[in-house]
Design a protein around this ligand. Structure first.
Ligand SMILES: Cc1cc2nc3c(=O)[nH]c(=O)nc-3n(C[C@H](O)[C@H](O)[C@H](O)COP(=O)(O)OP(=O)(O)OC[C@H]3O[C@@H](n4cnc5c(N)ncnc54)[C@H](O)[C@@H]3O)c2cc1C
Length: 546
């Protein structure tokens, strides 16, 4: 490593770390992103996990904030480079064993018709909810992701005072299940919407975060795929950073953050290399790694250390099976309605809301349950995902993704995953074959299984496989994410910032934490921001919601 001093150091080259680096590099700072792995991108990973030439999104696949995320617009990744989004329609199909199905489309009126087959009352409730949730997204839920949080009571008062967001505030005290059950009467409609409300890790019976349910459900007809695979975004972010004079350095094993007189001064690598930071260090990994592993407890105030000890990771995460397929799936429901075969996502294995609740309950006990999951066949929408010799018999790739798999198995703990993964994957395949009968062993050329333990091993910041670097709990969100000392992205250690999913606005690829960290660092350093405030944030501020 030749250059040993930068204006700023960013630890972790996931979507958030890369976002912070992009903004600050273009602002003229010389920044180094230090990534532990030999590949950047964190959850933005596209890998040859099964067979050569098959581009598998091993982590983030569904991009949910494309219309809002500031860096996608500010960095002009579509205009300057070749970022392209794919927006399949229908977005979600939930087939049932009796041949019926529910479908959600880009056009909410088409979703209305699908729900109406099950219940006119539920279809009306959906339409009302869909229109209101869009208003609430535009006015508060999206802009709040790209602005730093305020104390919860203050925020609640603002939400309550506005006619659009009052309804969102009123949901806060309810569990996702209560909200869904109040809205819908039909069991299958409830099953679909409870799945959507909880698929990103909101506990079905958790009170206090009900205000997030409209966000989770609304996103379910706005998912995009990234052409060529999610890693392409990381690749373009890195190009953008380099073209602005900064660096992304892989294979960095960091021993500690240098702290002198209460101020972050750089990092020391495991081989003894010292990399100094003239102006800031921003850590985009989890709070335990940052403070306990890298800063060291002697530099931390006991109050902060106490709050850090309370930080919790989710106890459930992804169990994913990726397949290389000879043939595209042939879902029974698509026989009469071929359009359904092009759905982005299929949610299978839940015939009722109770099926889903039983799955959650079993997972919480550490049991492997034959529940449902979602599936996606990216090559149907993005043929480049299978770029093999023309004579190759493998034509498609598939994903089966269960988000509520236990990390800690009752029988044997996390390490037991290595024993049970194959059997559990085969059970999942058997479930899928009930809905798409050609998805038998004969159709699968090869597969790859990813467990919650694998996620933790690959990304230490995702402890317990927790893909949000910390669970969604009332005392771990908004002003408390990761705690009241660090929620504005600065920390009690001078010049040390946090910017990963453990900070506001939380997990998934929203770029919110990285964007908010960049804003805070620029403000503290007195740097003129070259980027405009997002329009939605300006509107939300005018409405006195932020
Ligand atoms: C299986 C799976 C599927 C997912 N699917 C989706 C999806 O469809 N849509 C979606 O929006 N989100 C999805 N997510 C979640 C999403 O990937 C994460 O929430 C997101 O990547 C968090 O971004 P981040 O930059 O904060 O952290 P990360 O993406 O975890 O990036 C952190 C980076 O820091 C590096 N690092 C860790 N420790 C150190 C260290 N000590 N020193 C230096 N570097 C370090 C890691 O290697 C990693 O590259 C999924 C996650 C998983 C695991």
């Amino acid at each position: 490593m030749r250059e040993l001093e930068y204006d700023g150091i960013i630890i972790g080259g996931g979507p958030n770390g890369l976002t912070t680096a992009g903004y600050l590099s273009k602002a003229g700072l010389k920044v180094a992103v230090l990534e532990r792995r030999y590949e950047i991108g964190g959850g933005l990973a596209t890998e040859n996990l099964t067979l050569p030439g098959l581009l598998i999104d091993s982590h983030a696949i569904y991009h949910m904030m494309v219309e809002y995320a500031p860096p996608l617009k500010d960095f002009e990744l579509d205009k300057k480079y070749d970022l392209e989004w794919i927006y399949p329609d229908p977005q979600i199909v939930m087939p049932f064993q009796d041949g019926s199905h529910l479908a959600l489309y880009q056009d909410i009126n088409r979703s209305y018709e699908s729900i109406k087959v099950f219940s006119k009352k539920d279809a009306d409730a959906f339409l009302d909810f869909a229109k209101w949730s869009q208003e609430c997204m535009d006015l508060f839920l999206a802009p709040a992701s790209y602005a730093n949080p305020m104390p919860s009571l203050e925020q609640a008062a603002k939400l309550y005072a506005h006619p659009v967001t009052r309804r969102d505030d009123e949901l806060t005290g309810y569990t996702p299940k209560q909200i869904v059950d109040q809205m819908f009467e039909n069991d299958r409609v409830r099953a679909l919407f409870l799945y959507l409300a909880t698929m990103w890790g909101l506990d079905y019976d958790l009170e206090g975060l009900g205000y997030l349910v409209p966000l989770m459900i609304n996103r379910a007809w706005h998912f995009r795929l990234c052409k060529g695979g999610s890693h392409h975004i990381a690749h373009l972010l890195a190009k953008y950073i380099s073209s602005n004079g900064s660096r992304v350095i892989t294979g960095c094993m960091i021993d500690r953050i240098l702290v002198e007189n209460g101020e972050a001064k750089g990092v020391v690598l495991e081989d003894g290399t010292v990399i100094k930071a003239r102006q800031f260090v921003c850590s985009a990994i989890n709070p335990h790694q940052t403070f306990f592993d890298l800063v060291g407890e002697k530099h931390i105030d006991p109050d902060l250390a106490g709050r850090l000890r309370q930080w919790q990771y989710s106890d459930t995460s992804f169990f994913n099976v990726h397949t290389a397929l000879y043939d595209a799936p042939r879902f029974t429901v698509a026989e009469k309605n071929p359009e359904l075969a092009n759905s982005l996502m299929f949610v299978v294995g839940y015939e009722s809301e109770d099926d889903l609740v039983k799955h959650f309950k079993a997972s919480k006990k550490g049991l492997l349950y034959d529940g449902g999951f979602n599936c996606c066949f990216p090559s149907l929408h993005d043929p480049i995902r299978v770029h093999r010799h023309a004579s190759s018999e493998v034509k498609h790739i598939g994903l089966m993704s269960m988000e509520c798999a236990p990390y800690h198995l009752k029988d044997g703990g996390p390490l037991a995953w290595n024993r049970v993964r194959r059997d559990y994957a085969e059970r999942m395949k058997a479930t899928l074959a009930k809905y798409a009968p050609n998805m038998t062993a004969d159709n699968v050329a090869w597969d790859y299984i990813g467990t919650p333990l694998d996620t933790e091993n690959k990304f230490p910041d995702m402890k317990n496989g927790c893909f949000k670097q910390g669970a969604y709990l009332p005392l771990q969100m908004g002003y408390f994410r990761p705690n009241e000392y660090c929620s504005q992205h600065d920390t009690p250690i001078k010049k040390l910032y946090l910017g990963g999913a453990c900070t506001h606005s939380g997990g998934m690829v929203t770029y919110g934490p990285g964007y908010n960290a960049a804003n805070k660092i620029a403000e503290d350093l007195g740097i003129a921001k070259w980027w405009p405030e997002p329009d939605c944030v300006t509107v939300a501020k005018k409405a006195n919601l932020l």
